[in-house]
Design a protein around this ligand. Structure first.
Ligand code: PNS
Length: 176
């Protein structure tokens, strides 16, 4: 039995992530999708919210497990002897350098942690969580970028966050 792990921030999960999840789940007996933290990033969704969104969009997919971990991927990999390989999606050459660095760092920290890359499908290469967040904050149409079952949740959360930011900026400028 081969088990892969697909790590990411998933802030929020997009159709691009789902494309990789679907395709990786056909290549391995089991796929663990794990929400991790990049301490250098600011997140809009909490870890439980990101786990809940992932759980919703993968409902009915029988060989998927959703997990989260507050630590190094290499350490999570060490703790779970059932994991064979790390899967990452590559959208464009611009992803490559960063992903290559992470793959080498993970292997350096844990020599068992090999990474395989899956190229994003052509129709999802331009989709990113940060692009989705911008579209959502301005109330744009998300239908091509995130699964329909989570549109509403993403829109409500991000338009609210944006409104709060606008209000805070206006307050700082002394306008309100
Ligand atoms: O979706 P992202 O933001 O590109 O995912 C990056 C993520 C969260 C997978 C990466 O930052 C990560 O693995 N974070 C956990 C800490 C870690 O192990 N970092 C890699 C070694 S520098």
């Amino acid at each position: 039995m081969k088990t892969a792990i697909y790590p990411g921030s998933f802030d929020p999960v997009t159709n691009g992530h789902l494309d990789i999840i679907r395709r990786a789940s056909t290549m391995f007996d089991k796929l663990i999708v794990v929400v991790l933290i990049n301490p250098l990033k600011n997140y809009s969704f909490s870890i439980p919210e990101r786990v809940a969104l992932l759980t919703k969009v993968t409902e009915g997919m029988r060989n998927i497990e959703i997990a989260s971990y507050d630590g190094l991927l290499a350490d999570y990999f060490k703790q779970r002897a059932d994991i064979d390989v790390i899967v990452k999606g590559l959208r464009a050459t611009s992803d490559f350098e960063y992903e290559f660095q992470m793959a080498h760092t993970n292997k350096d920290l844990n020599p068992r942690a090999e990474t395989v890359f899956i190229p994003a499908s052509a129709n999802t290469t331009f989709i990113s969580s940060s692009m989705v967040k911008q579209v959502a904050m301005f109330g744009g149409d998300l239908s091509k970028y995130v699964p329909a079952v989570i549109h509403e949740e993403i829109s409500v959360k991000l338009t609210g966050e944006f409104e709060e930011k606008r209000r805070a900026a206006a307050k700082k400028r002394g306008e309100i």
